[in-house]
Structure formats: C-alpha cells, structure tokens
Design a protein around this ligand. Structure first.
Ligand code: PLP
Length: 375
C-alpha cells in the first residue's frame, strides 16, 4: 500500500494525464495566458453545470467572497452574518472590508448554519448572510432564503467545499449548491472537489447587474479598458488553470460519487461504535464529502489524531480554533460569543482521508486502525 494522504492528487492526475497535458500544452502554444477562450469556455460550462446565468472566474475563493461583498455595495459597519465554524477566509473578507461579522451557531449534526440562531441575529444593520456548505453538504437553504427575502437581505453562498452537491426544496425542485444565493462563490484550490493545479475561484449569479459589477470589480473597476468607474482589484483565473478545470469538470460528478462511495464505506465500518458519530446526511441535500468528518466522544480527540499519525494515517482537525476565537478578530470582541455548538465541535471533530482514489484496501486499513485506537 502506498503512503496514505488526506488528498491524493497524483493518482487522480495519472488517470487524466493525457487530456490534462494536452490542454496545458495547447495554452502554451496559444500564448493566451490570461483570459481568452479557455477562461470564457470554462465560465460557460460552469454556468451550465451549476445552473446559473453568469459565472465570473477569479483568482481564488477568498477573492470571490471579497468581490461578492464589494459588489453588494456594503458600507463599513454593516453587519454580515456567518457561521464561526468555517474556514477563516469566509470571515476574513468581512473584516478586510471593515464590515462587522456577526456569528451564528451551527447545527450539531449537519455543521451548517442554525436557522433559529440566524433569525435571532438579524438586525436593521444586517446587510448580507453567508451560509457555508461545510464539508460538502448544503446549508438548509429553503428557510434561510425565506428569512433573507423577508428582510431584503442578500445571500452569498460560500460553496468552496460543496461544488457538485445539490439541495432539494419542499416542492421537489432539486438545484445545485451555488445556484441559490444572489451570489455564490467557489474555490478551485487543488484539494477542493473541483480543483485546478494552482489557485482559482469563481463567482456565480443569475442577476445581470450584479454580474456586471462582479466582472468590473475583479478587473480594476473597469468595463472599458483604462476607464475605471469604481475601486476594484485584480483577480483573474489564468488560462492554464481554466484548461485543467475544463478537463476535470466532466469528471466532477463521478469524482463526487467516488467520495460518496468512500463515505459509505466509512459509515458502515463505524456504524456500531458508540464513541464515533458518522456524518449526518440531510434528506434534502446531496452531500459531496469534501471532508469526511467524525465526531468523537468519550475519547481524547487529539490523542486519536496523534495515534493515527503514529500508524502513518493522516487525519486533520477542521478547524481547531473557530473564527470567533481567532486573534485576527480581537477588535470585534467575539471570543466569548454564545456559540455552544461551535465550541463543542472544536474539540470533537476529526476528518479522515477523503479523495477520489481511495481503495477498499486503504479504507479498510484506516477504519480498522481507528476502531482499534478508539476501542
Ligand atoms: C477553501 C475555502 C475558501 C477559500 O478559497 P481559496 O481559494 O483558498 O481562497 C473559502 N471558504 C471555504 C469554506 C473554503 O473551504
């Protein structure tokens, strides 16, 4: 057995090597390195895949979130509601733009935004809500969108971990994550479900006016070259990354299936151990397992993490310090915010290797060792 990794990009690459190599070579041959047909075609293909009108590629997922908030025209001091149990980038852009992050707790099972907490957190100053489809599972968007609409607050989906996932509304309509908010954002960081071979990201919207603003902001605030209408930034996806993504996008559904198959294996292996809680799968969301994250109880999580490492099995804590307790936000005084579920999860979650190439032999080895360690 090869050395286990959290994410094995090498074996995935080997399966698509001829297509990827050809695509990269064609970009070099064309010398259209920035923008151009590869980027435009990727945007069109992603729009079809996710089911939205406009896709604006950009440099990374963090930029996508930042540009989304800029396009909504938020003013310093405006409140943005987000979970604290997420990757820091979700919240960092809020602080960067001098907006005020307002943290809400998450559900202990799905790890996504608690809708009752959201209701209580809304004030007249709330100007955006950022649900995060954490670990690959959609937040409960139907009630969230209803509350946002009732208050006229735009929703920015953080879909960095869930591209390929779906959400089903009570009327039976099934849509892709990333198609429900006024704007949604994703990341093509190599380890994401749709990853490129460098940095990349994109913004998604059905709103023509917002699409134009997003495009302008990502391009120095200009629509016509050298006529700058607003303060923007420079955030572009390069053509080589677009070419790689165009090779990988047709595989995304089968990649998600492979992750779900690995998750099924783990679920079955851990089903009867009272110290291990396997990931909850909401009936109305198709979980695409960016991470396979367990909750441990009655054992020391950090010891388990170390003992797995001693057996050459990688595991990760996503995330050891929730956003509201990060030094970065000390000016906002959020460290003591009332987020009991987030604080509890911080100490009990652990993520196992999860990627598209896990074999039964590897899964068996990981599962058996974890069961032995947990006891
Ligand atoms: C990865 C990630 C981001 C940021 O994406 P980058 O491309 O790394 O900037 C934002 N939010 C979440 C939830 C992420 O997982």
């Amino acid at each position: 057995m090869q050395k286990l990794q959290m994410v094995d990009l090498k074996r995935q690459y080997e399966k698509i090597k001829p297509e990827v190599d050809k695509a990269i070579q064609s970009v070099i041959d064309s010398t259209a390195f920035i923008g151009g047909p590869q980027v435009n075609q990727l945007a069109a293909e992603l729009a079809t895949y996710v089911g939205v009108k406009h896709v604006i590629p950009c440099a990374n997922g963090t930029d996508a979130l930042q540009i989304a908030l800029m396009a909504l025209g938020l003013e310093p001091g405006d409140e943005v509601i987000t979970p604290s149990f997420t990757y820091m980038a979700t919240v960092e852009v809020v602080a960067l733009l001098k907006l005020t992050p307002v943290f809400v707790d998450v559900y202990p099972d799905s790890f996504t935004m608690d809708i009752d907490c959201l209701k209580k957190a809304i004030t007249p100053r709330t100007k955006a809500i950022i649900p995060v489809h954490l670990y690959g599972q959609s937040a409960d968007m139907e009630p969230l969108l209803a509350i946002a609409a009732q208050h006229g607050i735009p929703v920015v989906e953080d879909n960095a971990q869930a591209i390929g996932g779906t959400y089903t509304f009570s009327d039976g309509r099934t849509v892709r994550t990333g198609s429900m908010g006024q704007i949604s954002c994703t990341s093509f960081f190599p380890s994401k479900n749709l990853g490129c071979y460098g940095d990349g990201g994109a913004m998604f919207t059905n709103d023509d006016a917002l699409a134009e603003r997003l495009r302008m902001i990502a391009n120095h605030g200009q629509k016509t070259r050298y006529y700058h209408e607003m303060v923007g930034c420079n955030s572009r996806l390069d053509a080589m990354q677009a070419a790689v993504l165009r090779v990988k996008l047709p595989h995304l559904d089968s990649y998600c299936d492979a992750r779900r198959t690995a998750a099924d294996f783990y679920d079955k292996a851990f089903a009867n151990n009272p110290k291990i809680t396997t990931p909850f799968r909401a009936a109305n969301a198709r979980h695409v397992f960016h991470q396979y994250t367990l909750k441990l109880n009655g054992v020391n999580r950090d010891e388990v993490n170390q003992k797995l490492a001693d057996r050459d099995i990688p595991s990760m804590i996503y995330y050891p310090v929730p956003c509201h307790k990060q030094e970065m936000l000390k000016a906002y005084n959020t460290a003591n915010a009332d987020l009991p579920v987030t604080n509890m999860l911080q100490d009990c979650v652990i993520s196992l290797p999860m990627h598209t190439e896990l074999t039964n032999e590897e899964l068996t080895y990981i599962a058996n060792n974890l069961l032995e360690i947990v006891g």
